[in-house]
Design a protein around this ligand. Structure first.
Ligand SMILES: Cc1ncc(C[n+]2csc(CCOP(=O)(O)OP(=O)(O)O)c2C)c(N)n1
Length: 209
């Protein structure tokens, strides 16, 4: 396996970053057609905020509003249906902890066009900041590797994050990027209109006129 990062770090060494800032950097690296699935929690709020520009809001995003742990399964479904499209799943640590089996499923399928980004703030922030197990020593990148996702790494800092995302755009995955983030409030709130979210996403993916 190739060296994943020029700055290999463990969870404790990883810089605590800001979710909006790194989401904005990720969106800035996209070409246009990549699909991005934002998990429930503040992850999708900052994806919503980071995806607005002068030319409108990026349509290739899906915002999960209902249930925890579904960003990876939904992203995998999109990745299977449209294998030439790169697909990103952005998920909170609390949510991925509820659906750890999805990581081994992605690994077992060798879903090459999928990149999972975990926003680890050690808390269920949106429901009041209750501590998650990652705040007690569970290491999502370690869990991912043990699930078969060899190309999993903690982002040492913002530059390393950009480097890892850029690699995931160019090279086959599956990838998993662990990000330590702070508990700053998200920049905006996703519009709570699931039918519109679905329709926009389907248009963005070219499966609905
Ligand atoms: C299956 C399920 N259990 C509980 C909830 C209530 N709930 C919604 S978001 C959330 C916390 C999400 O935590 P995390 O994924 O870490 O994201 P953060 O809020 O930190 O951004 C909880 C408990 C839910 N929506 N679905």
């Amino acid at each position: 396996m190739a060296v994943l990062s020029n700055h290999p770090v463990n969870r404790d060494q990883a810089k605590v970053m800001n979710r909006y800032d790194i989401t904005k950097r990720l969106v800035g690296l996209l070409h246009a057609d990549e699909a991005v699935i934002g998990g429930i929690g503040y992850t999708n709020f900052d994806l919503w905020a980071a995806s607005e520009s002068a030319s409108g809001r990026r349509q290739q995003n899906f915002y999960m509003l209902g249930s925890m742990g579904l960003a990876v399964p939904i992203a995998m479904g999109v990745a299977i249906a449209q294998p030439r499209r790169k697909v990103f799943a952005l998920e909170g640590d609390g949510s991925v902890l509820m659906q750890l089996g999805s990581l081994s499923t992605v690994a077992a399928r060798k879903q090459t066009n999928l990149c999972v980004v975990i926003m680890d703030n050690g808390a269920y922030q949106i429901t009041g900041g209750q501590k998650t197990a990652t705040g007690e020593g569970a290491d999502i990148v370690g869990i991912a590797r043990a699930s078969g996702l060899e190309q999993s790494a903690w982002a040492a800092d913002e530059d390393a994050f950009v480097e890892l995302v850029a690699r995931s755009l160019k090279e086959d995955g599956p990838w998993l990027i662990g990000c330590r983030i702070d508990t700053a409030k998200p920049v905006d709130t996703t519009e709570r209109d699931p039918a519109r979210i679905r329709d926009n996403f389907m248009k963005g993916l070219g499966v609905r006129a």
